[in-house]
Design a protein. Structure first.
Length: 215
């Protein structure tokens, strides 16, 4: 089996080809073409990376301009660049860094393609990928839920249990149960499509549903 990012890149490229460039995604107003351009930019344009992660208007405008230019390329070329990954000089060509940086990113964006379509079904991912996604849930989840108004515990049957947020004084805890991919989607704000069982007090459930996390 290829290492996880290569497998996921191939999955994203194949799904994008099947859907076509103008299909919607869970990241409106981005289409499939736009989402592929985003993936290409983050692995080929170091000058545009600050605008991906920092809420600075000037940096974001530059990133958007670069991404529009990349999106204008032939769709087949975008698909192939996503499938083949970055150039040999890009840091994530190193497999350990590639896994650390890209497994969750590619898995989430693949579901952004799939779950924006009518009649979608959850993607079945290999055990190796699910294990890495569970590791990301346990680490990134603490940051993503740090402002939650209640406690948050994630339970992935067969993988483990992780306390992601201690309940503030006087508040209860919500337990999220599901496969690692579904828990990851919930942590990154895809509540509407994440197939996660959510249990807890009515007040805490309502508060967590209103809690905004990273898109």
């Amino acid at each position: 089996m290829p290492h996880s990012p290569a497998l996921l890149r191939d999955l994203v490229a194949t799904t994008a080809t099947d859907l076509g460039p103008d299909a919607p995604t869970l990241c409106p107003p981005w289409t499939v073409r736009d989402l592929l351009a985003h993936l290409v930019v983050r692995e080929s344009r170091p000058d545009a990376l600050p605008g991906v992660g920092l809420p600075v208007a000037a940096l974001q405008r530059h990133t958007e301009q670069v991404q529009r230019g990349v999106a204008a390329r032939p769709f087949a070329a975008l698909v192939q660049q996503v499938r083949s990954g970055p150039a040999a000089w890009w840091p994530t060509r190193l497999p350990p860094l590639d896994r650390a940086v890209n497994v969750a990113e590619l898995a989430i964006h693949h579901e952004d393609l799939v779950r924006a379509q009518p009649g979608w079904q959850p993607t079945v991912l290999p055990e190796e990928v699910q294990r890495q996604l569970w590791s990301t849930v346990r680490s990134a989840g603490r940051m993503l839920y740090r402002g939650a108004p209640c406690g948050v515990v994630a339970v992935a049957p067969g993988y483990g249990r992780a306390a992601l947020r201690r309940p503030p004084a006087g508040r209860g805890t919500v337990v999220l149960t599901g496969p690692p991919l579904e828990l990851l989607l919930h942590a990154f704000g895809r509540d509407r499509v994440a197939r996660v069982e959510v249990s807890g007090g009515d007040a805490e459930l309502a508060e967590l549903a209103r809690h905004r996390r990273s898109a």
